[in-house]
Design a protein around this ligand. Structure first.
Ligand SMILES: Nc1nc2c(ncn2[C@@H]2O[C@H](COP(=O)(O)OP(=O)(O)OP(=O)(O)O)[C@@H](O)[C@H]2O)c(=O)[nH]1
Ligand SMILES: [Mg+2]
Length: 354
């Protein structure tokens, strides 16, 4: 699986509306708090015009985009960490996602009830932050006694114990765990706790129709994507050809969902590369800076373990020259070793031992 993102927020802020638009899956979106009682998981193709252009040249039988998995859970309310509402039960469904997308209600609509009575993005974000922090604090306090005991027997666990205690103090002070500066090694030490507030966080401001496409202020200093879930829901019902027209009529350049997936890629430092095998052109997701060998591993561990070399054509060369053979003839197909860093959009063919 590629990237996975958990959607959180108060009830009735438009999470399921957004999710439905994203995935085209019919999940229940009605004007009723707590209508989402099952976790809903949807897989969304990553929009990428370059994939279509590569496919137009390679003419494969099949074109496979990279994907992002979204998980829609029931709304959280104040007190969720103490069992209020249904939300807390579902937090476990997003423990293993790569990132959290928090939907914040900006739209005013007298027909859609707001759990606290008034649209107040700052207060809502505060409520959700408090609940996620409390949920994490509960997790940490559950593991600490066991860890203390183990650390007494195994001195090697001392750094982990010390770190988890620091995380606990941070959470107890009301801060997200991500506010604690950690080295990559430290982050790996606490990865098994699956803390919700350690995950990269992205805000979606669910705005009124007339504010779609306008930039809301960054919430809490984090990236904020303005989306009108209602427009997205309408867009999702249209044929691809009609979508572009509708976007233009709304004064938008791309759908909110496209900007959401793009922002998530940016936030997580991800990029794509392409393979053009005889019958399939496919996009793969890798972290920026990934080596050829690591990129091969995303396809299959055999590719990584038996890596011999990679033939790499830059996306621009591939498109301008018109394919592998043409790139080779023009001296633009490079044979690279395992440490070579793959760039965004590279067209790659791996050679490996089996
Ligand atoms: N006017 C307006 N209404 C919206 C918008 N987005 C969602 N709604 C409406 O708000 C109501 C609740 O939307 P949902 O998507 O079910 O909300 P939710 O966040 O999933 O709620 P829970 O699952 O209960 O936590 C529905 O009636 C939607 O049609 C929007 O952008 N504008
Ligand atoms: Mg819902």
């Amino acid at each position: 699986m590629g990237l996975s993102i958990g959607i959180v927020g108060l009830p009735n802020v438009g999470k399921s509306t957004l999710f439905t638009a994203l995935t085209g899956t019919a999940v229940d979106a009605s004007n009723y708090p707590f209508c989402t009682v099952d976790p809903n998981v949807g897989v969304v193709p990553v929009p990428d015009d370059r994939l279509e252009r590569v496919a137009a040249i390679a003419r494969p039988a099949k074109v496979t985009p990279a994907v992002v998995e979204f998980v829609d859970i029931a709304g959280l309310v104040a007190g969720a960490s103490e069992g209020e509402g249904l939300g807390n039960r579902f937090l476990s469904h997003i423990r293993e996602t790569d990132a959290v997308c928090e939907v914040v209600r900006f739209f005013e609509d007298p027909d859609v009830a707001h759990v606290t009575g008034a649209v107040d993005p700052v207060a809502d974000v505060e409520t959700i932050r408090a609940e996620l922090v409390l949920a994490d604090l509960g997790t940490v306090e559950r593991v600490l006694p066991k860890l203390e005991k183990e650390a007494r027997a195994d001195k090697g666990l001392a750094p982990k114990l010390e770190l988890v205690e620091r995380v606990r103090d941070r959470l107890a002070a009301g801060d997200r765990a991500m506010r604690l500066r950690m080295t990559p090694d430290e982050r790996a030490l606490v990865a098994d706790l699956h803390l919700l507030t350690m995950k990269p966080l992205l805000f979606v401001a669910n705005v009124d129709e007339e504010h779609a496409g306008s930039e809301p202020p960054a919430i809490d200093g984090e990236p904020t994507i303005p989306i009108c879930a209602k427009i997205e829901a309408e867009l999702a019902e249209l044929e691809p050809g009609e979508r572009a027209e509708y976007l233009v009529s709304m004064g938008l350049t791309e759908s909110g969902l496209d900007s959401l997936v793009r922002a998530a890629y940016e936030l997580l430092g991800l990029q794509s590369y392409f393979t053009t095998l005889s019958d399939e052109v496919r996009a793969w997701t890798i972290p920026k800076g990934a080596t050829a060998r690591e990129a091969a591993g995303v396809i299959h561990t055999d590719f990584e373990e038996g890596f011999i070399k990679a033939e790499v054509v830059h996306y621009d060369d591939y498109v301008v020259l018109g394919g592998d053979h043409e790139a080779r003839a023009a001296g633009k197909l490079r044979v690279e070793g395992k440490e070579h860093v793959i760039e965004d959009g590279d067209v790659v063919r791996f050679h490996f031992r089996t």
